[in-house]
Design a protein around this ligand. Sequence first.
Ligand code: OOG
Ligand code: NI
Length: 312
Amino acid sequence: PKADAAPLAPPIGSESFFRNVLQRMETVYLNRNPTAKQVLELVHSAGNDRICYDHFAFRTFGVDGHGIDSMAKVFLDFGYIQKDELRFPGKKLKAYWFSPPTVSYEEGSGVNGPLPRVFISELLVDQMSSEAQEIIRKYTGISGNGSNYAALASAHGSLTWEKPLHSEFQQLARESEYAAWTLVNGYALNHVTISTHQLKSNLNNINRLNQFIEENGFKLNSEGGTLKVSPDGFLLQSSTVADSVPFEFSDGTKESVPCSYIEFAERLVLPEYKNVPDEEVKEFHRRDGFEVGNADKIFESTSMEQLTRNAA
Ligand code: OOG
Ligand code: NI
């Protein structure tokens, strides 16, 4: 997709259809990831009838039409705008984030609230070893035109390729945990992010929310410190460690594999709006976008190092 291809506003054909798609993706995610489900219930029960999502995130293989564009299509078709590119040379990844269209009604909770931003990344497959490339291309090859149905696969909770051999998963995991994750999770929602500042209770501060989550027995990603802070100081993020789920490989081997996690983001009011009264502050007054330094550490929420770490 082209960054300058601004669609006519408002481009949404059927907002309810689009929200239903998001809801199916969310349902697949909540059914697979007990931590995400429990955390949402916990925050909800702590005086937050309404939870707004800051963003949804997906991972892809950047090869044979299976990259960012395959997952971005449904969002672009429903009025999202492609924003900044982010690069992660060490992880051989790149990403784009997408801003949601304006909608007439966003007073609901969850997928019926403000539309989430979207963060989609892709593995730069060409930069991987020939062994890893062979495995990835085998499965994107099996998927074939499956990449045209990324949103359908995500909403349905299905891979667009066959399940891999255990040895193939292990080979990828040695080189890139992102690659191994994507091989077994495909287009599944990687995480949703709770918009911390939009909560109504005193959990609307990310430090208090982090403490509350940990007090309730959940493990947060400790990579680079629990709280990830952008260089400008206005984007604060944290996340749980991913759940692992039983997976049966095509050779019959059964093993737990990393699945999804849940994230928290607090966006502070920008300096130029510091005099706007609290009750008049809108999302556009706050820090927008994403941050490479934060994201680089958030990616580690599905890493073996974080999954096997003892709680602090
Ligand atoms: C995405 C990690 C980055 C953020 O908000 O910066 C991220 C992933 O784990 O796929 O979610
Ligand atoms: Ni995120």
